[in-house]
Design a protein around this ligand. Sequence first.
Ligand code: COA
Length: 278
Amino acid sequence: MTDVLPTTALSEIKLRLLCHDDIERIKVLCGEWFPIEYPDSWYHDITSNKKFFSLAATYRGGIVGMIVAEIKSRTKVHKEYYPSKPPVLLTQQSAYIFIHQDGDILASSFPVETQVAYILSLGVVKEFRKHGVGSLLLDSLKEHISTTAQDHCKAIYLHVLTTNNTAIHFYENRDFKQHHYLPYYYSIRGVLKDGFTYVLYINGGHPPWTIFDYIHHIGSALASLSPCSIPQRIYRQAQNLLRSFLPWSGISSKSGIEYSRTMWRRLIFLGHIRCLGC
Ligand SMILES: CC(C)(COP(=O)(O)OP(=O)(O)OC[C@H]1O[C@@H](n2cnc3c(N)ncnc32)[C@H](O)[C@@H]1OP(=O)(O)O)[C@@H](O)C(=O)NCCC(=O)NCCS
């Protein structure tokens, strides 16, 4: 692959779905990008199983980036690991991902048919990084979600090594938020490494409420009551009460202050209450 890219490189990038013939090339690329060794069945699945959205970015015919994602029901969130068991043929040089429950990505108030998208893989060839290819692939996934899942998909999430600062920076700059810290989530060449779950909420998706959310919500609700208007409300209630006791007063339509003065005068005059010199 060329070392010095023309500034117009992005305009020459084309997108297409991955296919079976790409397997050997993407094995090499994933080997360069990730410390994780995927089994052959993984490559077979992402290039043939329609449940995966597997998109390649190509430059002059060669693959320079790819994104692999799965859109699934929120009830299947804990099954993001593929395959369902760690690879059996692990060597000292290989790594695998521990299965982790990320079931609380969405609040349980969302219906079971609500969907989420899990990014299994996103990578760009080194010489092509910082040219917009990663953003193009991520935007294409969002576009795919909006056309296929429409607004039923409420979150896009992924896992990343805590030490992968470039990727963390990339996702955070695109509004992904850290959701979980996952101690010992990865096993890389026999060494346990920590991970993060990052989530981007879309279409009104949100995580379960925490105690701080409840406090914030109650605070906002109280603020919307306009505390300064409370004396006025009490006054109106008292006014209604008096009106029901004194139906003959005929002063229901008077404005607050005028009504108040009239009412006080009448009450004093009638001797119902004593003026205390106010
Ligand atoms: C993370 C990764 C996919 C990003 O891909 P990328 O192609 O470099 O992404 P982009 O070019 O769209 O964006 C990267 C940065 O380059 C900047 N950029 C884009 N085009 C640019 C240009 N023409 N000139 C200068 N900077 C540019 C972007 O603004 C962005 O910076 P920002 O995040 O501060 O906004 C890539 O670094 C990678 O493949 N890493 C290894 C694999 C990996 O870790 N994957 C993630 C696993 S979870």
